[in-house]
Design a protein around this ligand. Structure first.
Ligand SMILES: Nc1ncnc2c1ncn2[C@@H]1O[C@H](COP(=O)(O)OP(=O)(O)OP(=O)(O)O)[C@@H](O)[C@H]1O
Ligand SMILES: [Mg+2]
Length: 338
C-alpha cells in the first residue's frame, strides 16, 4: 500500500510517502520569509503553500519512484491550523483522491504529532504517556491505542512553543523563538533568576503566562527595558527562562509517571527539539524505568510523514471519511482525544 501524506497547517509545506509501511519520502519546505514579520502571516502562508505544494508532490513521487496512480491512500491535515493554509493541502488531497478514485483520509495535525514516535525504529508501546509541546498546543496525554487518547492536562493559557516565541521576541532574538532561546542559553548557568512555575487547579495542567509576565517584570525592574539588557545578561535570562519552562513541563510528566502505569513515554511536537527538555525527559525515563521515544528532529516540527502514518493507521482501523469532510480550526472539532 502506498500512502501520500500532506501537511500545510502553518508555515511548513510537507509531502511524505509511506510505501508498504516504509517511509520513502518526507520533503519539508519551510516558509522562512515570515521571520521579518515576527510571526506567521496567514495570507502569505496560504499563497506559499499553493505555490510549492504541487512541485513538492511531484518531487516526492519522483524521488520515491512511485507514479501518482500507484498511490492508494491520500491523507492531509484537516486541522487544527490556519484555515486558509489547511484548505490548500486538504483541497489538493480531495481533488487528487476524487479524480483518481483513491481513498481520502483527513488527519488531525495534533494526532499526527501524538503518534509521530511510531516513525522511529524503536516505537512507543501502549499505553504511553505523551507530552505534546508545539507552537499552539501543550498536552499531557495517556495514549491507550490508535483510537483511545485520554487528556490528563493541557495549558490554561499559552502553549509552550508560544512562550518560547514570546520571550524570544521580548529579548530581541526574533522568530521562531525556541531555537534562538536554546542557542542563547547554551552553556549558561540556569540560576541567574529563579522564575516561578505556576500551580494549576488540575495537577496535570500547565500555565506559561505567569512565567512570561515574571520575565517581563524582572526586565523592567532590573534594566528598565529589554533594549538596555547587556548581551551576556540576555543569555543568562534566556537560560533561566528555558530552565523554568522545561521544569514546568517535566514536573507534570513526573507526577503522571507516579500515578499511571505506562509502558513508554513520548515527547513530541516542535518544542520536543529542545535539547534541555530532551535531556530532562531522558532522566525521567531512566528514573522511572520506562522506554522513551522522542522522534528525531525532522519528525518533531511539522512534517508530512506523521500525517501519512496517522492516516494509514486510521485506515487500518477501518475508519472512513467522505469528501464532504471540511477543514477545522480548533483541536476539539474532530479528535479522538477524550
Ligand atoms: N529547540 C527548540 N526549543 C524550544 N522550542 C522550539 C525549538 N525548536 C522549535 N521550537 C518551537 O516549536 C514551535 C513550532 O512547533 P510546531 O511546528 O510543532 O508548532 P505548530 O505546528 O506551529 O503548532 P501546532 O502543532 O500546535 O499546530 C515554535 O513555537 C518553536 O519556537
Ligand atoms: Mg505542529
Amino acid at each position: 500500500m502506498n500512502v501520500l501524506g500532506i501537511e500545510s497547517s502553518c508555515d511548513e509545506t510537507s509531502v511524505a510517502i509511506i510505501s508498504d509501511d516504509k517511509l520513502v519520502a518526507n520533503l519539508i519546505s519551510s516558509q522562512d520569509f515570515h521571520e521579518k514579520y515576527g510571526g506567521v502571516v496567514p495570507e502569505l502562508s496560504s499563497r506559499a503553500h499553493l505555490q510549492i505544494l504541487l512541485p513538492l508532490v511531484k518531487k516526492a513521487l519522483a524521488g520515491a519512484n512511485i507514479s501518482s496512480d500507484q498511490i492508494d491512500l491520500v491523507c492531509a491535515t484537516a486541522g487544527p491550523g490556519l484555515i486558509g493554509a489547511l484548505l490548500v493541502g486538504l483541497s489538493f488531497a480531495k481533488g487528487f483522491a476524487y479524480s483518481a478514485k483513491k481513498i481520502f483520509i483527513p488527519v488531525n495535525h495534533i494526532e499526527g504529532h501524538i503518534y509521530s514516535g511510531f516513525l522511529m525504529n524503536d516505537k512507543p508501546e501502549f499505553p504511553y504517556l505523551c507530552l505534546v509541546v508545539s507552537g499552539g498546543h501543550t498536552l499531557l496525554l495517556l495514549v491507550e491505542s490508535d483510537t483511545e487518547i485520554k487528556k490528563l492536562g493541557t495549558t490554561i493559557d499559552d502553549a509552550a512553543g508560544e512562550a518560547f516565541d514570546k520571550i524570544s521576541k521580548l529579548l530581541g532574538f526574533g522568530y521562531p523563538g525556541g531555537p534562538k532561546i536554546q542557542e542563547a542559553a547554551l552553556n549558561q548557568r540556569t540560576d541567574y533568576k529563579d522564575f516561578p512555575i505556576a500551580q494549576c487547579k488540575n495537577e496535570y495542567d500547565f500555565s506559561f503566562s505567569g512565567l512570561k509576565t515574571s520575565v517581563l517584570r524582572f526586565i523592567q525592574k532590573e534594566y528598565g527595558e529589554a533594549s538596555k539588557i547587556p548581551a551576556d545578561h540576555l543569555q543568562l535570562i534566556a537560560a533561566s527562562f528555558q530552565y523554568s519552562a522545561v521544569r514546568a513541563l517535566t514536573t507534570k510528566v513526573e507526577k503522571a509517571l507516579q500515578n499511571y502505569d505506562v509502558s513508554s513515554i513520548s515527547l513530541v511536537g516542535g518544542v520536543a527539539a529542545n535539547k534541555m527538555l530532551r535531556e530532562e525527559f531522558q532522566k525521567l525515563s531512566v528514573r522511572y524505568n520506562k522506554k522513551m521515544v522522542v522522534p528525531s528532529l525532522e519528525f518533531c516540527g511539522d512534517n508530512g510523514a506523521m500525517i501519512a502514518y496517522r492516516g494509514l493507521r486510521l485506515h487500518q482501523n477501518g475508519i472512513k471519511y467522505g469528501f464532504d469532510f471540511n477543514a477545522f480550526p480548533s483541536l476539539a472539532d474532530h479528535t479522538f482525544i477524550r
